[in-house]
Design a protein around this ligand. Structure first.
Ligand code: IMP
Ligand code: MG
Length: 179
């Protein structure tokens, strides 16, 4: 991996290495396998940011499960939340299911709050959230994230699914904006 990368006009510095991410994902999967050993969870992947985390997590899941997709968009090409969240469903049958939402990052929590309110209307049996990153200092809502990869400061990051103006999602490591 490179220690420093450039995406469009911005420089980013290596922040969380692939090996560290993978080890943490293994731990989260073990926790989920244990918590859901008598259940059949439905993993709801939030596109596009959660793609890489979801793939790595799902490869380590040992319980019978289903996978569904939803897209949520709150960011334009900027580095701040646009304030409105657009959801697009591919599947809406969540009734009585044990849902585990897989998300990339919880920043203000607005996206997750909107998503939880929406999914709750379908009367699932339970809902939990797995996020590879949370930013506790940026949160503005009261969402509970059960499975957290890493808590980070209020920083802008790319890689491992996260983008800057749609670039950088393919990077296996996480990089932070150079200030
Ligand atoms: P929230 O609604 O403010 O919690 O923002 C959540 C969404 O904003 C995430 O799902 C990401 O798509 C995007 N986002 C938040 N922080 C970052 C970041 O540091 N880098 C890239 N995207 C981010
Ligand atoms: Mg996202």
């Amino acid at each position: 991996m490179k220690n420093q990368i450039k995406i469009l006009d911005k420089e980013f510095i290596l922040f969380i290495e692939e090996e560290k991410i993978q080890n943490r994902v293994t731990q989260l999967a073990e926790q989920i396998n244990n918590d859901y050993k008598d259940k059949v969870p439905t993993f709801l992947i939030v596109l596009k940011g959660a793609l890489l985390f979801a793939a790595d997590l799902l490869k380590r899941i040992k319980v019978r499960c289903k996978v569904e997709l939803i897209s949520a968009k709150s960011y334009g090409n900027e580095m701040e939340s646009s304030g409105t969240v657009k959801l697009k469903h591919l599947e809406s049958n969540f009734k009585n299911k044990d849902i585990i939402i897989i998300e990339d990052v919880i920043d203000t929590g607005l996206t997750m709050k909107t998503l939880l309110d929406d999914i709750n209307k379908y009367e699932p049996n339970s809902i939990e959230v797995a996020a590879i990153l949370t930013k506790p200092n940026a949160i503005k809502t009261d969402v509970n994230i059960k499975y957290v990869g890493f808590e980070i400061d209020n920083l802008f990051v790319v890689g491992y699914g996260l983008d800057y103006a749609e670039f950088g999602r393919e990077l296996p490591d996480i990089y932070v904006l150079k200030v």
